[in-house]
Ligand binder design. Structure first.
Ligand SMILES: C[S@@+](CC[C@H](N)C(=O)[O-])C[C@H]1O[C@@H](n2cnc3c(N)ncnc32)[C@H](O)[C@@H]1O
Length: 288
């Protein structure tokens, strides 16, 4: 039984960072005529109402997408992502927020393949019905981590993988690391995107270094790591806190354009999404 429902968190600062990166990667991959495959191992329901009771309960989108949605002065990569969110809101008012498979549905071409995995039965049903008529698409209700073996190497050869678990179970940290290694072993040029929460928890603080070590050994085109910190660490004597301070994305085999695109957007994200004076970002990359 899975307790996590992304509907509570849709459109928060972590979704903004994740979906900005996803948008840039998919745009880049669609520049070449040759089709590619996107494997979304933890796909969620596909779309979320920010007016619904789930999103309203926590109001996280208010400190995320809502702070950017009406702005007209955004750097081009952010403006492109916001335009995609606008495409989900035909009357202009922010009512719906697209999840990763919905963004993929907009950006993938008819010849590109989409493989979406979602274990929660309700979210799986919603997603399967949403993508029902999309060509070249399969929506599965099986373990997304186990998908690596089934999906890679892909028949299209070109592939991107988004790994976006909830990390409510600590074993997810070890699983993303193992899945990154397995993906790069099976197809070393796969663009692997791993999202992670920035928490005051050893597993979280160590994850980026571990992912870098694995990508150093196996990624054909290096890696990029971006982290956006929006909230202050909890002031507890044990140095631990429960809340998410921010989040990060680790990308193996990133598009060569990604670093500069993110560098253009991150100062504004810190300014608009930061919840304290110390809000900051990290952007680092290593060529192969
Ligand atoms: C953070 S949410 C995904 C959000 C989505 N990627 C997006 O960007 O819109 C994580 C999802 O993974 C699902 N999930 C948890 N464990 C899973 C597993 N082993 N395989 C596939 N889905 C899983 C949860 O039910 C939840 O919907």
């Amino acid at each position: 039984m899975l307790a996590y429902r992304h509907a509570f968190h849709a459109g928060n600062h972590a979704d903004v960072l994740k979906h900005l990166v996803l948008t840039r990667v998919l745009r880049y991959m669609a520049e070449k005529d040759k089709p590619f495959t996107l494997i979304d191992t933890h796909a969620g329901a596909g779309g979320y109402s920010v007016e619904g009771r789930y999103a309203q309960k926590k109001g996280e989108y208010g400190e995320g997408i809502a702070r950017l949605y009406d702005r007209k002065d955004l750097p081009a990569p952010l403006a492109d992502y916001i335009d995609l969110v606008r495409a989900f809101n035909p009357d202009g008012q922010l009512r719906q927020y697209p999840g990763s498979p919905a963004i993929a549905n907009l950006l993938l071409r008819e010849t590109d393949r989409l493989r979406a995995y979602e274990l929660h039965s309700t979210d799986h049903r919603i997603l399967a019905s949403y993508l029902d008529t999309r060509a070249q698409t399969q929506v599965r209700d099986t373990d997304g981590f186990a998908a690596i073996k089934a999906e890679l190497p892909s028949p299209t050869r070109r592939a991107a993988l988004l790994m976006d678990p909830s990390y409510e179970i600590k074993s997810d940290y070890g699983k993303v690391l193992a899945a990154l290694r397995e993906a790069l072993e099976r197809a070393p040029d796969t663009v692997v995107m791993v999202w992670y929460p920035q928490l005051q928890l050893l597993e979280s603080t160590q994850l980026a270094a571990r992912l870098k070590g694995s990508a150093d050994a196996a990624a054909k085109k290096g890696w990029l790591h971006v982290r956006l910190t929006v909230a202050a660490p909890a002031d507890r004597p044990d140095g631990k806190g429960l809340g998410m301070l921010g989040s990060g994305m680790f990308i193996a085999n990133p598009p060569f354009t990604l670093h500069d695109e993110l560098a253009e957007c991150l100062p504004l994200l810190v300014e608009k999404l930061g919840q304290y004076d110390g809000a900051n970002y990290v952007l680092e990359q290593k060529a192969a």
